[in-house]
Write a protein of this length. Structure first.
Lengths: 72, 192
């Protein structure tokens, strides 16, 4: 894949995660407002948000890449 | 093998070790945050939460989430050698980080109905938000130091581990807040 293409793809991943975070945060806000006793869905949403950030923003997968592997 | 290739391979090897070290630190730090998170449920249960403004909570959460997005864009920019975009995105990240601090310490702490010395519950609220805010402060400083070094031109598309490390640390602070936000602002109702 061309470098420019990879760059666009990386930015696109960021945009997608942002949209997901906005949607999930809005969802949990309304659950917290109108159904505050639903602790399990609220924790599940927090976990889901954490999953996307850890996987896509923090690149946890790089931990399992080879020592000299490129990370683009 | 040329000298520059050998050096780059060495740099990548070191970066791999550094990355392991950073994640080890993050996991250790996460246990402290997890302890505070569990304490909140021990003291309040799942039916009650502190009397806090959910709107302020949503606002500071949005600010911190957005800052994470810009930190990611800064990291990507540096990874592809676009230093101008790195500077722009990192500056936005730091400004949003400071706004988050103002939102929590300058607004939320001031309008909170109780002080840290009034009960174990409120003491825990200030400990959770204070400990997290201190991480935000150190994150801003970390980003600032790396930003300053980048201005000197010491990072490029191939060698920029400190840029990546600062971004990962920043995202970690964001991830912690996801759980604290739910625990302090969303789960349960304020006691009567």
């Amino acid at each position: 894949m061309e470098l420019e293409e990879k760059k666009k793809m990386a930015y696109r991943i960021g945009d997608t995660v942002l949209i997901l975070l906005v949607a999930l945060t809005a969802g949990e806000y309304f659950i917290g407002k109108y159904a505050p006793y639903w602790w399990a869905p609220l924790l599940a949403i927090a976990l889901l948000k954490a999953f996307f950030v850890v996987r896509d923003f923090m690149h946890i997968g790089r931990l399992f890449a080879g020592e000299e592997e490129e990370v683009h | 093998m040329s000298t520059s290739t050998a050096t780059l391979a060495d740099y990548r090897r070191r970066t791999y070790t550094n990355r392991l070290g950073l994640w080890l630190f993050i996991f250790s730090d996460a246990f402290v945050f997890a302890g505070l998170f569990v304490s909140r449920f021990y003291l309040y249960g799942a039916n009650f939460r502190p009397e806090l403004s959910q709107e302020v909570g949503l606002l500071v959460t949005a600010v911190l989430g957005l800052s994470s997005y810009f930190a990611y864009r800064g990291d990507v920019a540096m990874r592809f050698g676009d230093t101008k975009a790195y500077f722009r995105n990192t500056m936005i990240t730091m400004v949003l980080g400071v706004l988050f601090l103002i939102g929590v310490v300058g607004v939320e702490w001031q309008i909170a109905p109780h002080g840290p010395d009034e009960s174990a519950l409120w003491s825990l609220f200030y400990t959770m938000t204070g400990f997290h805010a201190f991480h935000v402060l150190t994150g801003v400083l970390f980003l600032g130091i790396v930003y300053r070094n980048a201005r000197k031109g010491i990072y490029d598309a191939e060698r920029h581990w400190p840029v990546e490390a600062a971004a990962i640390y920043w995202h970690f602070i964001d991830v912690v807040w996801f759980f604290f936000y739910a625990a302090l602002y969303l789960i349960g109702v304020p006691p009567l």
